[in-house]
Design a protein around this ligand. Sequence first.
Ligand SMILES: Cc1cc2nc3c(=O)[nH]c(=O)nc-3n(C[C@H](O)[C@H](O)[C@H](O)COP(=O)(O)OP(=O)(O)OC[C@H]3O[C@@H](n4cnc5c(N)ncnc54)[C@H](O)[C@@H]3O)c2cc1C
Length: 568
Amino acid sequence: MPYRAPVSDFQFLLDHVVGFDEVAGTELFAEATPDMTNAILTEAAKMCEDILAPLNHIGDKHPAHLENGVVRTPPGFADGYRAIADGGWIGMSARAENGGLGLPMTLTTTVNEMMSSACLALQLNPLMSQGQIEALEHHASDAIKSVYLPKLISGEWCGTMNLTEPQAGSDVGALRTKAEPNGDGSFAITGQKIYISWADNDFTDNVCHLVLARLPDGKPGTKGISLFMVPKIIPDADGNLGQPNDLRVVSLEHKMGLHGSPTAVMEYSGATGWLVGPEHGGMAAMFTMMNNARLGVGTQGIGVAERALQHALAYAQDRKQGRAEGTGAIIEHADVRRMLTTMRADIYAARAISLMNAVAIDMATATHDDTWTARAAFLTPITKAFGTDIGVEATNTGVQIHGGMGFIEETGAAQFVRDVRVSTIYEGTNGIQAMDLVARKLMDGGDAAFRLLDDIVRGAEAAKATHPDLANAVWEAAETLRETTEWLVNQQDLNDRFAGAVPYLRAFARVLGGHAHLASAVAGDAGHLRLATFYIKRMLPEHAALLAHTREGAADLAAITAEDLVAA
Ligand SMILES: Cc1cc2nc3c(=O)[nH]c(=O)nc-3n(C[C@H](O)[C@H](O)[C@H](O)COP(=O)(O)OP(=O)(O)OC[C@H]3O[C@@H](n4cnc5c(N)ncnc54)[C@H](O)[C@@H]3O)c2cc1C
């Protein structure tokens, strides 16, 4: 089933919903004209449809594997990667002085979504490089920047992130990998990392590992962690490759999905590394990469959901079953139409949120205005968790629409479920994202949240004249959300926030989705209005139940014992 990139959806959202004109109006991003934007969307769509999309099924059937210590990638992945690199898509938002195109993150987000739809397993590779490029731009020494950035941006080399260890998953501060000074400015890195995505491949000349490790005087916990660049092959100061480093892929995981992407156990045996950022300041540096990847992973969820929708829609228009009106195909049944429309409306909402997030990042970069920085930070966990939750839900619904055929692998619907499942887990589980939202992201007393709600309320008030029913529903939802946000800010015991963090994040996403759909109804055609009406009348009301859940606090949950959870 071919993939069709949703170019007009992106164009409409950029033009009418997420405020991209403000980004293009800045001096920094003045090149992002409508012509340039259109050219990017069209060119990326072509690559994704023609080159990457056919690789998705191949990657599932021919997993990446280890052959005498060398990672072998699925047939065609090397060519797909080359197309991504040669198109300049890896370094789209990298700074021009290092060979990047210096384009807004908003445009990178549209391209990343299309690549995720086309072939998630392969797209994870350039996504890791993009995050590493941003981390190096902000935190690396000039010497590291000059050797690594041009090669990462061109795609000759690729990047990975190494946080996880067997005893240090969500709790990164528990890591044990050691870094000892070699006395020449470099460090010897020793330890084991697990679940490392794209830890090796057979199509780039080098693999650059960003590794979190602890120096001898590093305190326990996250405050004692430093970040190191540890290349697979050690380059000289001009980037010429020299000796292999003391590191190896021990094994690759057998996974539920995402088979085309090698996920490795890595062993570092005194490997040579160089500090990125200050000693003991590794978490701050790694957070640059993680925030980039969190937006990217949210976008992955949306991308796979989009592909699943296209698949399910084609099946629903073809499959005849029961006494259906019109064409006689199952799309005519009310429940099938409900499933398809739910997928479409959720994907649209999540896509809009990811682009609002990217716009905030671009505005922060272009203006250095702290309110944009705070907005980007607030939206990041929402994009990550909601985008990937929608990925899981929509792909599951896609299987349901196929009936029994959805459970049969040859249809392809099941692969989407298997591939996207990990996206709610990696880059910080969605539970951890929600905890971040209600704790760190409300440390400003709710300022960023309240400013966002003010914008939503303003949008609803402006829409009241033309779309009173829809506008009132969004206005009321925003005010209910404001009350719960105030309640959360007032909870001193963080457990009272954490107990309802996941429903709160979901409610916030629901309301942001209502805001985006309302703006589309106002600016768009009859189709936009019908989709907005479905979302606002049937899906937005979910926020009320979610917020009631949030305000219950932690006491009743804490009172439930492990024995209560097991039937007697
Ligand atoms: C395919 C794949 C690719 C990956 N790629 C990479 C990579 O490239 N680099 C890398 O470094 N890592 C990678 N990871 C690791 C990934 O980021 C971790 O799996 C993830 O952070 C969760 O850690 P964990 O698996 O140890 O789960 P745990 O931390 O053990 O979590 C188990 C459960 O407990 C919950 N939990 C844990 N702590 C808390 C808490 N304090 N409060 C509330 N709930 C909590 C979690 O939300 C989760 O539901 C990858 C993982 C997979 C499966």
